[in-house]
Design a protein around this ligand. Structure first.
Ligand SMILES: Nc1ncnc2c1ncn2[C@@H]1O[C@H](COP(=O)(O)OP(=O)(O)O)[C@@H](O)[C@H]1O
Ligand SMILES: [Mg+2]
Length: 272
């Protein structure tokens, strides 16, 4: 039973809440390129929401609109029941929305631990000046951040590489560190742009498990762009299908898989 306000329980017993974010008639243009064309959908609290579609469909652009990094040319984003105004980057960072990137964006020379700590920067109250004046207070705050980060490190099973420079890690582990850094911000919404692209089967299975565990353990609402249809079917509660900037499907995975427009545009052709 899907209720707009109350939410519902999934077949596997997870609780999905009411609408957390609503995207209303979003259009995004880059000069003459229309990356997103009049798309509306919502994201519910606690849900794993997938966005699929061929390359160039506008998926990453949509993630940037959700995060507040791009201001749509037309349309509105509603968050927590309020229309979200256009924001400056520092305001965006405080929204409680964290992300990973299609191309890994970590500091190669820094350790795993330090990379994950950067995920907490927006939560740190003590700037340099206050640190100079209130050394004790800042130190206590640092301990607290470190504790939270250690918890995430345990949760994602990367204790053994916490001191390793990220540049030395294999691809699959880098992706996991990126997930850890996003989680360190304690986000309300977690955005994952192709978290499993380029992974081998085993790495994919691990990542799937971690995404599910994170959702289960922290109740993190997750929006995920993914090409592997098996993964999408296994992970997501609902799927938005994009093609040439338009929305051509929206619903539970089973429903979307049987939608003729989706089959014609996307599922009919092979995707790696
Ligand atoms: N910053 C940008 N400037 C100009 N065009 C862009 C920019 N970002 C994306 N685009 C264009 O918008 C369209 C959608 O891109 P994107 O959102 O990256 O698609 P996807 O993630 O589905 O592959 C593409 O035609 C792309 O070239
Ligand atoms: Mg993309």
């Amino acid at each position: 039973m899907k209720d707009m306000v109350e939410g519902y329980t999934t077949p596997d017993g997870r609780q999905i809440g009411g609408v957390l974010m609503e995207l209303k008639n979003i259009t995004l243009r880059f000069g003459g390129v229309v990356a997103i064309k009049d798309i509306s959908f919502d994201i519910r609290e606690g849900e794993i929401r997938a966005i699929i579609g061929p390359n160039g469909a506008g998926k990453s652009s949509m993630l940037n609109v959700i995060s507040g990094f791009y201001v749509p040319t037309e349309g509105e984003v509603w968050f927590h029941g309020q229309k979200r105004p256009a924001m400056r980057p520092y305001q965006v960072a405080r929204l409680g929305i964290a992300r990973t990137f299609q191309n890994i964006a970590l500091f190669d020379g820094m350790s795993v631990l330090d990379n994950i700590m950067t995920g907490r920067l927006t939560l740190m109250k003590s700037g340099l000046l206050t640190q100079a004046m209130w050394w004790g207070k800042a130190a206590a705050e640092e301990d607290e951040h470190r504790e939270k980060v250690e918890k995430i490190i345990d949760f994602l099973e990367i204790q053994n590489i916490r001191k390793t420079p990220v540049g030395r890690l294999p691809y699959g582990l880098k992706k996991r560190v990126e997930l850890a850094r996003a989680l360190a911000a304690e986000p309300k919404i977690l955005l994952l742009d192709e978290p499993m692209a380029g992974m081998n089967v085993e790495e994919k299975e691990d990542m799937c498990r971690f995404i599910l565990d994170v959702n289960d353990e922290f109740g993190t609402t997750t929006v995920l762009i993914e090409h592997d249809m098996g993964v999408v079917m296994d992970l997501s509660d609902r799927v938005v299908v994009m093609d040439y900037g338009r929305k051509i499907g929206d619903g539970p995975p089973d429903e979307v898989r049987n939608n003729q427009d989706v089959i014609d545009a996307y599922l009919g052709v092979a995707h790696e």
